[in-house]
Design a binder for this molecule. Sequence first.
Ligand code: NDP
Length: 785
Amino acid sequence: MEYGPAPESNKESVAFLDAHKRKFSLFINGTWVKPSSGEYFESINPATKEKLADIAEANEKDVDDAVKAAKKGLKAWAEIGGHGRARYLYAIARQIQKHSRNFAVLESMDNGKPIRESRDIDIPLVARHFYHHAGWAQLMDTEMKDYKEIGVIGQIIPWNFPMLMLAWKIAPALAMGNTVVLKPAEFTSLTALLFADICKQVGLPDGVVNIITGHGSTGASLVNHPDVSKIAFTGSTEVGKIIRRATAGTGKKISLELGGKSPFIVFEDADLDSVVEGIVDAIWFNQGQVCCAGSRLLVQESVAEKLYKKIRARMETLRVGNSLDKSIDIGAIVDKVQLKTIEELVQQGRNEGNICWQPSWTCPAEGYFYPPTLFTNVSPSSSIAQEEIFGPVLVAMSFRSHSEAVKLANNTRYGLASSIWTENINLALDIAPQIKAGTVWINCSNVFDAASGFGGYRESGYGREGGKEGLYEYLKPKIDGQLSDKPLKIDTKTIDKKQAALVPNIDRTPKLYIGGKQARPDGGNSYDIKDSFGNHISEVPKGNRKDIRNAVEAAHAGTSWAGMTGHARAQVLFYIAENLATRAGEFADRISEMTNQSKKDANKEVEASIQRIYYYAAFADKYDGHVHHTTVKNVTLAMPERVGVMAVICPDESPLLGFISTVIPAIAMGNSVIVVPSETAPLSATDFYQILETSDVPASTINIVTGNKEELTNELAKHDDVDGIWYFGTAQGSKDVETLSTDNLKRTWVNYGKYRNWLDAEQGEGAEFLRHATEIKNIWIPYGA
Ligand code: NDP
């Protein structure tokens, strides 16, 4: 028996294309505007190669017009308030539902994805996103009261989920009071243009949403526009890194949702028939053109051959064909360029000696199709095991032990998603925290919902989309407006300059502090520390690249701190505060000695430091995650996890409090840190390691390297084994950190040369510090009937 074709009608979508005479302008300030260059490019249906429409090519002037419109619309949109915005987002959601079939058909025609997927997955999730964020708009004033909108947001999206990516970007941005300029991918602009029609239908104020079509150069103009306050990007890691470099130091916020090579881990007790269907969802959904596709199958050796046999049998039954045929499983590849990339990578996989298997049937000849493909006996270092193929190609490897599974899973530069298959909940929940990825699906794959955050670790990018965690990407702390261009001025009036020179200093020989041991600097050099009048106080070690390397190695070696419970970490932090309190006078003397502040002011700084340690000790077991209420039968745990090994470049001012305010929140969340203390006043930090030695802090949790701030910062920013870096210093230093951290896309938090008053609790402490010390992993666990 054979399946006959079951074509979906494209009548409405054709009518939409015809209504625009198959020639689309740009949507700027609520109206259709012809591109100033007069240039257009073609959009085709990859399943038939038929031309669908001409699309306007926006140039720099058009981008500028769109940004101007968004800027003009911003004030009124922010002022309309959360409830006002909720009404618009709700109206958009309703309108999308009312035209859902048109959206689904147009999406399938433009992208090549099966109508079953666009109809049942993409478009319902689009509507869900607008509903969910209508709710967040309503709740913004109470739930996000310390934050405000960022401004004009530039959004650049890829071709694999054109409408869904639009919703993931536009819904939270609008909900939080921003206006947007969005650039769809050149292959798939049509549903974004249909969405522009929806914006008009609901009467969205002009300038709130602007859609500019074009190529990568259009995206680049948007990235570089000075009036864009944030860039939200989904696409390749390569372009993500270009954007990171281009925006470094500008203060533009960025979120990057990039590539992946996500592991799909099968343990021997898994239900193999469910696994096979899970694999269909993981790698043959959307032709495998999914950033979080389960493209690396890791299977326990004892069941590997059995599973491969079942997968081959299932592959034989998959149907590839026209995206509008309701009974096909796999549609067309988006474009001939992508098809060529897939073909070349598969050939490379064959050349490398991996075993390639494809079904016996052949793909239709008229469009850009590629058959489901399975590689077995793949070596972990093979290019197809490392490179994102972005096609229907599954790459399989086997493992013997649980620890080997984890090692293989993490043997990638990416960290977007993973899925774990076992009937043993203990095993699943033991493995989940060990996988370095933003999403872990247990006995399921490729499930998404607006209530859950989605985003990567490592080179899969940073930031989250969806869930409460995703809202922060479209907000800035209100406190940011109060930060100063200059460090807080210290009052030295009460100290006599001559007398200061006569006071004998507290004689000590500061060293570096690495791996729980005091260490001499590798270069054998020291530098002079003077008080604010220029009197010599002491010499401190001048750390170099090798000292940084040793400190990073030590920070990785010490894993006991990360493994401690929040309660245990809190106890250690309280103990640090206790030991600091016992030596408060001595620390105050040291502050006075370096800064020439009065003893009274120095005492204040020590007292504030003790309070700050208490604050983060209190939070160590209270910075909770969430259980997200997603629409599928899952309980989704949003777990804040430590970033890993972090570099903390302390402010130069407030020698003790600046050190405490930046180091303690980082370690409270379980990170190990390499600290570069104040360059001019490092002695509070070097005295502090004696407190650490008496406070049960595991060796390697805090490593201190003194020396030239910018030199050491640059080494840390470049270091591939550092996962995150905080920098409090100059605008130029901030730019350097953002630029140099691009290679491994480490998480950065810099001050762009804006200074905090560390004595002010509003500026000097808060959940914002803990947010930057963690990243959210969403773990999806089947739940309920
Ligand atoms: P890109 O990263 O090039 O494209 C994503 C978006 O960025 C598109 O809108 C693109 O425009 C735009 N863009 C391209 N260059 C720039 C630039 N310099 N500045 C700003 N915006 C830019 O991905 P591709 O479409 O070229 O796909 C290449 C590979 O990327 C795929 O094979 C796949 O491996 C990966 N990819 C990953 C995705 C993910 O979801 N993580 C999604 C898509 C691709 P335009 O379309 O006009 O080029």
